[in-house]
Write a protein that binds this ligand. Structure first.
Ligand code: GUN
Length: 298
């Protein structure tokens, strides 16, 4: 059995801090050259605690690196029409380089319709079918922020992915499915032999045990247990579920998909929750926002 001390944390916070410093330098340089400063807008609908935390972190990251940011908040009851009109305004507003609509949206709003309304050139979340199609064809576009953040985390921590068996658990449109495509591409990171597992997968434990790189994005606390992990595997935990914790003033804590104590005994690298994938998602969004501005030739 691998010695627990051999396990290394894949520290998303430290990696994201390095990216933020690079972006802050890029902003300083743009200022010096009299160029436009990147400007990200974020729309949030309703008062879901998780969404508020994520969007606040995105705005905070903008402030830290010197990007401009605009936060647009709507009550849960906002009409689809009002939201669609705001998206049209943001599409046309030359001061805004990129914007996101935080998901999930309330039931009465059609998420696909909203996503389709965003100008693909400002779609810094990479959720528009045009950007997802470009990703599949390996054409330049915006990669979805969480998958892109995971690739960057692997790259900056020198994790070798070439020829490895990678199992992605969870097939969401914004994480599992795009990640399975990105890791299978002929690139670095990439060239994995990817299995996309999901709720209907037979023999999930055996399939996971075959993974050199195991990525879980199902949103179920402690779903991945020690017996599902191969000795020496690289484990990436995308889960961020709020669970009750009476010992904390705020009453909750974040829990990943991975049973950390068990799995960390066996793996070579593991992302913590919090401080793993989350900060990398935000860093990717910032990278995409600067890219959106640069692609407009500004
Ligand atoms: N909800 C959960 N993750 C994300 C994300 O990366 N972007 C948006 N817009 N909504 C989300």
């Amino acid at each position: 059995m691998a010695d627990k001390t051999n396990m290394q944390l894949l520290d998303g916070k430290t990696t994201a801090d390095a990216i933020r410093r690079e972006l802050a330098e890029a902003v300083k340089l743009r200022k010096k050259e009299g160029k436009k400063i990147p400007h990200l807008a974020a729309i949030i609908v309703g008062y879901d605690g998780g969404s508020i935390t994520y969007v606040s972190a995105k705005v905070k990251a903008c402030n830290q690196i010197g990007f401009e940011s605009t936060l647009i908040q709507y009550d849960e009851s906002v009409s689809e029409e009002v939201l669609m009109n705001k998206i049209k305004t943001l599409n046309e507003d030359k001061s805004i380089d990129g914007f996101i609509v935080q998901l999930p949206l309330p039931q009465h709003i059609d998420e696909l319709k909203v996503t389709l309304a965003i100008d693909p050139a400002k779609d810094v979340d990479g959720f528009h079918p045009v950007n997802l199609g470009k990703m599949v064809l390996n054409l330049p576009g915006f990669l979805p922020a969480t998958p892109a953040g995971i690739l960057e985390l692997l790259k900056r921590n020198n994790i070798d992915t070439q020829g490895k068996n990678c199992v992605v658990v969870g097939r969401s449109n914004i994480v599992g499915t795009p990640l399975s495509i990105l890791l299978g591409r002929n690139s670095d990171p990439g060239n994995c032999t990817v299995t996309l597992a999901h709720s209907k997968t037979n023999n999930l434990k055996e399939i996971c045990r075959n993974a050199d790189i195991l990525i879980s994005a199902v949103g179920k606390p402690e779903f991945i247990t020690g017996d599902m992990v191969k000795e020496g595997a690289v484990v990436i935990d995308v889960g961020t579920t709020r669970v009750t914790d009476a010992s904390r003033q705020r009453g909750w804590k974040l829990r990943g998909d991975v049973k950390f104590d068990e799995v960390s005994e066996k793996c070579s690298f593991i992302t913590p929750v919090p401080g793993g994938v989350g900060p990398m998602t935000i860093a990717s969004l910032m990278i995409n926002t600067l890219k959106a501005l640069e692609l407009r030739g500004k």
